[in-house]
Design a binder for this molecule. Structure first.
Ligand SMILES: [Zn+2]
Length: 537
């Protein structure tokens, strides 16, 4: 009677009723929820295995009799084992534990209580509090479970013993045993958490909002030391390189890999009996809510010549009080409440360069945001709040965008043209006809050596840059404005084109006009990128 024998083997070894059902090969997760279903499913699995072995052995035994016997046998056992699930902690912490109770409510030797205490009322309470405390506004959630390596080790040991005792037992459940333990746990705990938190539990691939649960077992390391005996060379090497492996000398992956190489007889020589009964179950070492990143895009104008785009530090010391990034993000994150954020834009301008026209496209990535449901009105009012808070910048077209849209920002950086306006001075005066000539010039290819002012952070190289067109207007006899239209090609240095950077940019404006020219001020007039879409605000 294969089913009955295997069931007895697992029970005697000290498996909980859920682990027993997993070993018996039942993969229908919703059978694991309540005890009566576990009982029925176990009975069915035992019967199924009995029948299979009967067929194999072509036994003449009266199958109806044997089924009844097996059913009766397992029903009593299952009830007793399953009772321990909900009363587990109460009984364990009871003042006058007697030895019978200790045995009855023993921690499962396979899952170390993940499917016992881990599914208890106390556990559900802690998990639902973690979700509530996170304060996230997601409607649904999924669960991610990380287990101590010892559970993998114990499972491998049990499978080896089981197959040695019952060579005909189907081995197919072994491969994804741990995956099944996780799935079962999620399906037992998930719906109850859903009821407690008002969010919908979603099983399977759903990454918008996840509760990451990390279980640890106090004797995990002690348990795993047996790997040194089982697979000496591999773990001795990992021990020596403990810095590389940090605290994971005995990882699940390493243990799985070791067991793939080990023969059954090697395992049985070191581990001839089932793993010891744990003194206490696993605990939740960390419960962490993770909301998928949210992205907001928009355009900004910068009207100040003393404002860096991002917080500016020179040798660790903060320069200037604020930045475009902070003026935008501080207000947004007051509402979104993200753990961290990243600001990026299509190119950037220097501290002393204004950005006019329609502004420069930017994206803010909110990492683990609490609030992701923002109406169009709410976003408009956030934009208004930013614009009312400062005269240094202005934001428009603020909107929530998808991650897949972000490529527009970086593609635009390479391909799109930009328009600049430079206020220039020719100290010794200039010739009006030279200005007119500028406007008639065909496109101009520059050879630009890395400017002196950025040499400390950029490699020295000579790059070709193209100016598509220029248009110059006189201001007075010394000053004139030069409008430049060019492809940005990841950074053309306009200032250097005007003042020549000690001859490192050729040709340069002074050379073309035949006089000495310097730059007073620079504005970005237009960043030609049709993204993000206009909001009409
Ligand atoms: Zn178990």
């Amino acid at each position: 009677m294969l089913g009955r024998d295997v069931h007895a083997f697992l029970e005697e070894a000290g498996c909980c009723c859920r682990c027993t059902l997993i070993f018996l090969g039942t993969r229908t997760d919703d059978l694991y929820g309540d005890l009566s279903k576990i009982y029925e499913a176990t009975e069915a699995a035992v019967t199924r295995l009995n029948d299979q072995s009967d067929e194999v052995q072509n036994s003449r035994e009266d199958s109806s009799t044997s089924e009844t016997t097996a059913g009766n046998k397992c029903s009593g056992d299952v009830n007793e084992k399953c009772l321990s699930n909900d009363e587990f902690i109460t009984e364990k912490s009871g003042a006058n534990e007697n030895s019978t109770k200790k045995q009855k409510f023993a921690v499962c030797i396979a899952c170390i209580g993940v499917l016992q205490w881990g599914c208890s009322e106390e556990a559900i309470k802690r998990l639902s509090e973690a979700i509530k405390d996170g304060g996230h506004d997601a409607d649904g959630f999924s669960l991610s479970l990380s287990l101590p390596a010892s559970i993998s080790l114990r499972t491998h040991r049990l499978w080896t013993l089981l197959l040695q005792a019952h060579p005909k037992f189907p081995v197919k459940g072994r491969e994804d045993h741990i995956g099944t333990v996780k799935d079962v746990w999620k399906n037992v705990v998930g719906p109850q958490l859903g009821a407690a938190t008002g969010k919908t539990f979603i099983h399977g691939t759903y990454h918008d909002f996840v509760l990451n649960v990390t279980c640890t077992y106090v004797n995990d390391l002690e348990d795993c030391k047996i790997m040194n005996e089982l697979c000496q060379t591999m773990f001795a090497t990992r021990q020596k390189q403990h810095k590389k492996y940090a605290n994971s000398v005995y990882s699940k992956q390493a243990i799985d890999a070791a067991f793939k190489k080990l023969t059954d007889s090697e395992v049985l020589r070191v581990c001839p009996s089932p793993p010891s009964t744990p003194n206490e179950p696993v605990t939740f070492a960390s419960l962490q809510c993770q909301q998928a990143a949210m992205y907001m895009a928009g355009r900004y104008n910068k009207y100040s010549r003393d404002l860096p785009q991002t917080p500016w530090f020179v040798e660790g010391e903060r320069k200037l009080g604020s930045s475009v990034q902070e003026l935008i993000c501080d207000i947004l994150n007051h509402t979104v409440c993200a753990e961290d954020l990243k600001f990026s834009s299509s190119g950037r301008e220097d501290v002393d360069v204004r950005c006019l026209g329609n502004g420069r496209p930017f994206v803010v990535e909110f990492i683990n945001p609490q609030r992701t449901k923002l109406s169009r009105d709410k976003i408009s009012s956030l934009q208004q709040t930013i614009n009312n808070s400062t005269k240094l910048i202005r934001v428009r077209d603020l909107q929530i965008v998808e991650k897949k849209d972000l490529k527009n920002l970086k593609e635009g950086e390479e391909e799109k043209t930009k328009a600049y306006c430079a206020l220039c001075i020719a100290a010794k005066g200039y010739d009006n006809s030279a200005l007119e000539a500028l406007s008639k010039m065909p496109q101009l290819v520059l050879q630009q050596k890395t400017p002196l002012r950025v040499l400390h952070r950029r490699p020295l190289a000579t790059r070709s840059r193209t100016i598509l067109s220029m248009k110059a207007h006189p201001v007075d006899q010394h000053f004139f404005k030069a409008g430049l239209h060019l492809t940005t090609q990841a950074g053309t240095y306009i200032k250097e084109f005007v003042h020549s950077d000690l001859g490192r940019t050729v040709p340069n404006l002074g050379e073309i006009m035949g006089c000495e020219v310097d730059i007073i001020a620079l504005d970005v007039e237009n960043v030609a990128l049709d993204w993000p879409p206009k909001c009409g605000d």
